[in-house]
Design a protein around this ligand. Sequence first.
Ligand SMILES: *Cc1c(COP(=O)(O)O)cnc(C)c1O
Length: 477
Amino acid sequence: MTEHDEQVLSLLDTYRAHDAPTHGGRVLSYVYDSGLAELDALAGRAAARVQAVNGLDPTTFPSVALMQADLLAFAREVLHGPPGTSGAVTSGGTESIMLAVLAARDRWRESRPGDGRTPRVVAPSTAHAAFHKAAHYLGLEMVTVPVDPRTGTLEADRLADHLDDATALTVASAPAYPHGVLDPVEEIAAAAAGRGIPCHVDACVGGFVLPWWEGTPPWDLAVAGVTSISADLHKFGYAPKGASVLLVADPALDRARYYALTDWPGYPVVNPTVLGSRSAMSLAAAWAVVTRLGTQGYAELTAGLVGVTATVRQVVDGIPGLRVVGRPTGPLLAVGTDPDVPEPERVDPHAWAQAVAARGFVLQGQPALTQADGTVLPRTTHLTLTPASAGVLGELGAALRAGADDVRGRALGLGAAPAGAPAELPDPVALAQAARESGELDLPAVLALIEALPREQSARLLVDFLAAFTAPPAGRA
Ligand SMILES: *Cc1c(COP(=O)(O)O)cnc(C)c1O
C-alpha cells in the first residue's frame, strides 16, 4: 500500500469512528454475529476473489451460477422444498419479498384478464414493512389483519375472513420481526390453498435458525399450501449483508419473477432479480459461510443461541414492570410495559432502552401501532440475540436490570399512542444536523412523535430527516 492508500483508509476509519460496534453482542438488532472471527475472515477473502465479477451474466461468469446453485440446494434441503422447488439468491429480504409479491401479482392478473381491480396482499399487522413497500412499488393494496395486542398472536380465522378473489398473496411470518412470534403457518396456508391463493412464508429472520430450533411447529415449505419462502443469508445465515434466498415451490410461479427483454438494440436481457449489473461479492461471501458451516455448523450455533435466549428471557421475566410480549419462537423478543403492576412500578420500554444504551447495549425501540380494528399494539423494545451475546451475557443481564431500575415509574405516555399531535413539531433538518454533530439522537422523542402524528405526517418527517442526515454538507461538492 502506498502512503496515499493508507490515508484513504485512515479517512474511512475516522468515518467509522461513531458506527455502532458490529461485533461482540452489544447491538441487539441489525447485526448477526456468529462470534466466529474466522468465519468473517473467510467471507471477506471469498468476496475479494470475485470483486471484479459481474453477477449480471452467469454464462460469462459461471461461478455465479455454481455458487447460486449450491446456496439454493442448501436452502431447499433445510427448508424442505418439494421436488421442483427453484428460486433466486437476492440482495436481501426486501428483494426476496418484492419478487414473491411480483410473481403473485402477475399470476393473479393472468388468471383474470380484464379484471380492473387492484390486487391485494393480505398479511398480519406484524408482517414486515417490506410487504408494504412491495405493495407500494408494485401497485397492490396492503390489507393488514390485527393480531392480539397483548400477545402479538394472529388468529388464523381472522386472516382467512379477508381472503377473497382480489387477494393475490397472503403472508405468514416465521417468526414476525417485531415480537418474534411465529404465525400459525399451517392454518394460514390451508385457508389460502382452499381458495387458490398463494401463501408466502416470510422466514427472512428465522429461515436459518428455526430449522434447528426444537419444538417449532411446522412452518416451512413442508407445509401444504405454502408456495414460497424467503430466508436471509445475511441474518442467521451469518453472511455479510447483501444475501437472501427466495424459494418457490411451483416452477411456473417462480418463472413469473424473471424479467426478459429482446426489444431493444442492446444485449438480450434476462434478469432473475431486480438489479442488472450486480456484485458477486455478497454471493461469494454467503456461499463461503454456508459451505463452511453446513447443517452441522448451523445446528451448533443454534444450540448455543437457544440457551442464550432462555437466559435473557429469564432476566427480563425477573425485572418488575416489564414483560416479554407473547410467546416468541426463536432468538427474537419484544419487551413491553407490564400492565399488571401498579403504575409506579411500571417501566417504559423506550426509556428503558435509552438507559440500557447508556450502559453499553443498543436495543431497538418500536412505536405503538393502532391496528385496523382500533386496538393498539403497545410500544415495545426489540432484542435480537445472536451467538455473540453468549460472550457478554452477564454484562447484558446486569445492564437490562439496572436500566430498568434507572427509569422505573418514569411515565412517558405509557403503552398507548397519546391522542392528538403535539402542538409544535420539531424541524427535521435541525434534528438531523444536531444528530450529525453530536452523534446522538433522542430516540424516545422520535418514537413518541411517530406514535402521536398521523401516519402520512410521521412518514414525511422521517424522509425529511434522513434526506438531511445524508445530504452532503453545504459548501462541500
Ligand atoms: C429483516 C426482515 C425482512 C427484510 O429484510 P431486509 O434484508 O432487511 O431487506 C423481512 N422480513 C423479516 C421477518 C425480517 O426480519
